[in-house]
Design a protein around this ligand. Structure first.
Ligand code: NDP
Length: 312
């Protein structure tokens, strides 16, 4: 088992595996470090109906299995393990896996993804996939003519509330402050949508339901003399309180934006470190879709191939 490669891919979601397919077919013999939760966020998604090529839909885990098999077909070297440190001071770059093995790589594609933020309530885990979701675009379709809530006051929450309003009967937007943080244009759209009811100054203290979600316990004006505890009935509860990019091991070693996402240059996937590229949700605070991540994985592999041609 060689520990040197022309291309090391860190991460195993749609971005990582697509990069692996392209890099393998370009004879770069990539090594893929699959990370702590191989497959990433798709592994906790039930039905994926918007990934092109699957007219009848596919489950998230099966989609990952297909991408993984396709990478293996072209002999990508898939390895389980967790990248514990990186040294970008000189090329080839040194990447340590599980605090033990060091891999020397001429180019690196970072595809470590992002993790949706949850409120931290025990009930969120209890109803995950049974009413609780952090992706309206993925799961909203299942709430046709039902009642749902979205938590958050940013652009994502507004976008998800508007998307859900086109499907569901009623949408509550649960906002902890007395105002929305979202851009004015999004705020206007939300305010003008008759299906959306905004609950300002409101936080969630719990969820309830027999087997699936049936509602939420809310508190208005928490900690004030006007504090009020009440329940709403719900079929779906969507979190839209942001994503945390999985970049902790790269802090101080690569340029990140103010939200911790890896910065890429212009239309390419190049980072500020020559030969290091980023693809998928770790570098995308805007779209956060599997098909976009796969496209970025393709671009990163092409960028890495071109980099090697120009530098060797
Ligand atoms: P943001 O960080 O902008 O907003 C997060 C929201 O969640 C805020 O309203 C915040 O409340 C709330 N929140 C955070 N933690 C909690 C909590 N524990 N309980 C309750 N509420 C909580 O994240 P977004 O994902 O909305 O947006 C990320 C970036 O992406 C932004 O820059 C946004 O503009 C951009 N974006 C742009 C889009 C577009 O242009 N079409 C679409 C989507 C995102 P509070 O305000 O009180 O902190």
């Amino acid at each position: 088992m060689s520990n040197t490669t022309k291309c090391l891919i860190i991460g195993s979601g749609p971005a990582g595996y697509t990069a692996a397919i392209y890099a393998s077919r370009a004879n770069m013999h990539p090594i893929v470090i699959e990370g702590p939760a191989p497959g990433g966020q798709l592994m906790t998604t039930t039905e994926v109906e918007n990934f092109p090529g699957y007219p009848n839909g596919i489950t998230g885990p099966n989609l990952i299995e297909d991408l993984r098999s396709q990478a293996q077909r072209f002999n990508a070297d898939l390895r389980s393990g967790l990248v514990t440190s990186v040294d970008f001071s000189s090329r080839p770059y040194a990447v340590t896996v599980d605090n033990r093995d060091t891999i020397m790589a001429d180019t690196i594609i970072i595809a470590t993804g992002a993790t949706a933020r949850y409120l931290g309530l025990e009930d969120e885990q209890k109803y995950l996939g049974m009413g609780v979701s952090a992706c309206a675009t993925c799961d909203g379709f299942f709430y046709r003519n039902r009642t749902v809530a979205v938590v958050g006051g940013g652009d994502t929450a507004c976008e998800e509330a508007l998307y859900l309003a086109s499907i569901a009967e009623k949408v509550y937007l649960i906002v902890r402050k007395s105002f929305l943080r979202a851009s004015k244009v999004m705020q206007t759209r939300v305010f003008e949508n008759p299906k959306i009811q905004i609950l300002f100054n409101t936080t969630t203290e719990g969820l309830f339901g027999q087997d699936t979600l049936e509602g939420a316990h809310l508190i208005e004006n928490v900690g004030t003399s006007k504090e009020d505890h009440f329940d709403i009935n719900l079929d779906g509860f969507f979190l839209a309180i942001g994503h945390t990019p999985n970049t902790s091991i790269f802090g101080g070693k690569i340029d990140l934006d103010e939200n911790g996402f890896i910065k890429t240059a212009g239309e390419t996937t190049a980072t500020n470190i020559p030969g290091v590229f980023a693809a998928g949700d770790v570098a995308d605070n805007r779209y956060q879709q599997a098909v976009v991540a796969a496209g970025m994985g393709c671009r990163a592999a092409l960028d890495a191939e071109r980099f090697l041609l120009e530098n060797e």
